[in-house]
Unconditional design. Sequence first.
Length: 433
Amino acid sequence: MDDMDSRKAPRGVRDILPVESWKWAYVLNTAAGVMTHFGYSEIHLPVFEHTELFTRGVGDATDIVEKEMYTFTDRGGRSLTLRPEATAGMVRASLEHGLCGDLSRGQNGKLWCWGPMFRYERPQKGRYRQFFQIDVECLGLPSPVADVEVIALSAEMFRRLGLKNLEVVVNSVGCPKCRPQYREALISHFTSRKEGLCETCLGRLERNPLRVLDCKKPECSAIANDAPAVYGRLCEECAGHFEEVKAGLTRLNFPYRLDKRLVRGLDYYTKTAYEILSGDLGAQNAVCGGGRYDNLSESIGGPPMAGVGFAAGIDRIVMVMEQQGVSFGEKPRPQVYVVAQDGAGSCPEARNAAQVLTHRLRTKGIAAEQDGGDASHAARSFKAQMKSAGSVGATWACIIGPEELEKKLITVKNLQTGEQAPVPFEDVESHLA
Ligand code: HAM
């Protein structure tokens, strides 16, 4: 166990500091714009749910449920779990509130959310125990048009964010009708090469042979590469669906790669599975993953309800953007720095007027800062304040000293050009364009 130092965050979780948080805001704002254009509404879900939602929804033979959940008993004796992902909660909320199918109330089943997810995984670059996802779900639509829409939405989000060097990887994992046959083919293949498999895969062989396809260990990878592909084994419905998805992606000009080994780590998937991979992330290279899950609703006790969606890791998106030198737009900064020239304390009225002007500008929607309102100590010299105005990146300095007070003026200085002019106190805003 790691040191329990209460002055430090627990292993695998981190603070998103101001140097980074404005970049997150940019990513989320961009994502929100894309959601609007694709017709998805934002929803806020609880961060914990009944444990059973995940054991039944995500599947109890998955790594998530077997070893990664933060589960606790509350004071009322209920078993609750910090959400390891959002899809099960989305489906639960949709069933609980009838969010799908009532178009007149704007409930088209197209939902998105963002927030922290929790998994007890081994921390490494791009992998945390508390991480953030943008999650998108399209509920109630069994058509392959929905799969294509969801994949296109994720790709469009990354395009607008400016991410480069991405690859869309697609597969089908079939359905309960055709999967048993494929499972058998896999079990037979892997059993014949059993001695080459790692411990974990040996354990998965009977229970979840599809996951062996996913193993990254070189010894298993070689055996998985030779494994039979799902394609000839899909039932007519799944095969037809897959053809439509691929045709749709081609129609929309999205290049993709087929990967017969892409099975995803959650048990609810049926038909389409996909990921978007970054060439700049190392081992944890998926910026987004998703697929169709037409049986999830029933597995948590609901009526049949189709669904398809994806989740993208915000931590990873920001990491890739930083690595690729992609712009996050303009960093928020004060437009104006109000400087009080108080003659070494001999003119407290200048400081009072600076306080009044700063507040007035802020209430007019102009980002303004003042001495003592930033990280500085209050009552600094004129020179120190002017230096701060430069360091915080302000465009303008509004200077108030005894002379300005007397004439009811403000000296407005453009910090980029160095030009300055006296402006009537009431008129400052109109000179800050
Ligand atoms: P997932 O593949 O487990 O899918 O996670 C989706 C994305 O979340 C990953 O591609 C990655 O970017 C990010 N992510 C996952 N685990 C971590 C971690 N430990 N640290 C940092 N980032 C991480 C799901 O969660 C499904 N619910 C996606 C989905 C939605 N399928 C259908 N609808």
